[in-house]
Design a protein around this ligand. Structure first.
Ligand SMILES: [Zn+2]
Length: 339
């Protein structure tokens, strides 16, 4: 039913224990207001994250944004990423503590870029020499692929010094900074935000900043991991929520929130992988957030998943029942007497 069991989740959380104690010493804050629509009308859907940290996740009852109610301060998130607490946490949770090499990440980025280039082929008009901004571009694999195909003029911004050094070595314009604090006068024909949106500290600020950096006719591509798809795979919200994802979108909420922030949706891409959705966007007029009845459905869905998680992971009672014990005794007698 789910991709892992309660027992496996517990083992993963035990492996993260040491890193969780490091995280406990960082500074936390509570954010009881929706980052997108400023509503205080929230539903709390989880009281811990998948690593076992006691932090809450909420859904905004107005626009459907899913976000961490308890999160690190921006300064602590800087420490969390720069001192590689994040990477170590992922390695423990997913790979039994085994580190993933820079080459292997670059390979994954190249593979991802191939899929993305295939998906957007002909949907947008990219010409040689156009400017490309890759936000959170890591080792630069995606920008390199765009450069190779279209001979674009690419800039990569990433907070990780180790990762941006690889980008720099490949000859791309590389900036070691948070996008939030980076200042520029340049405008861009194409802006990419790949596998990054969930990690942003201030979602509304960044999406507004991106819109201000688009040239007239410029295109913004972003993807996101659909929270509800992740729940379908891993179980109720506490199995999916994570300290490194301050914000989550779902397919229906993204289609409401982005037009509210002044984006026109040009195309939706369902081809990236099963849980990721891609969007090609351009600047447009801000649309009001329409009534969003699916929020109730989402909450009922999380309750159903909670029930299914409990039922799927219930102890195997036959081993404890008196019938089982009696049958075992009889079998033992038979074995003793037949010998
Ligand atoms: Zn909201």
């Amino acid at each position: 039913m789910f991709l892992h069991s309660a027992k496996e989740l517990k083992q993963r959380q035990l492996r993260c224990g040491k890193i969780n104690s490091l995280i406990k010493n960082l500074e936390f804050e509570s954010t009881p207001v929706c980052n997108i629509c400023s509503s205080h009308d929230l539903s709390v859907i989880s009281d811990k994250d998948r690593y076992g940290n006691p932090i809450r996740t909420a859904i905004c009852n107005e626009c459907g944004l899913i976000f961490l109610l308890d999160r690190l301060t921006n300064k602590s998130y800087d420490v969390f990423y720069k001192e590689a607490i994040y990477r170590r946490l992922i390695y423990q949770y997913k790979y039994h503590g085994k580190a993933i090499s820079s080459e292997s990440r670059l390979n994954k980025q190249t593979q991802y870029a191939a899929g993305l280039l295939m998906s957007i082929d002909g949907l947008i008009d990219i010409k040689e020499g156009m400017t490309l901004l890759d936000i959170g571009g890591s080792e630069g694999g995606v920008s390199m692929a765009f450069n190779k195909k279209y001979a674009m003029n690419a800039t990569v911004v990433d907070p990780s010094l180790g990762e941006i050094k690889v980008t720099e070595a490949a000859g791309l314009r590389s900036i070691n900074s948070n996008f939030e604090t980076w200042e520029t006068d340049q405008k861009y024909d194409l802006i990419l935000l790949c596998r990054t949106v969930e990690h942003l500290y201030d979602l509304k600020f960044v999406l507004n900043k991106i819109r201000s950096l688009l040239k007239p006719g410029g295109v913004f591509f972003m993807d996101f991991l659909d929270f509800n798809c992740e729940c379908r795979r891993y179980g109720p919200p506490q199995n999916v929520s994570r300290i490194d994802h301050c914000f989550w979108l779902t397919s229906p909420t993204a289609l409401k929130i982005l037009p509210f922030l002044g984006y026109r949706i040009r195309a939706r891409l369902y081809t990236l992988d099963q849980a990721h959705m891609g969007l090609l966007l351009e600047s447009g007029d801000s649309k009001p957030i329409r009534e969003y009845s699916q929020i109730e459905e989402s909450i009922i869905y999380y309750q159903t998943l909670n029930d299914e998680w409990v039922m799927n992971n219930r102890p195997k009672t036959p081993f404890k029942t008196w019938e089982y014990k009696l049958k075992k005794k009889i079998r033992n007698y038979i074995r003793i007497y037949s010998n």
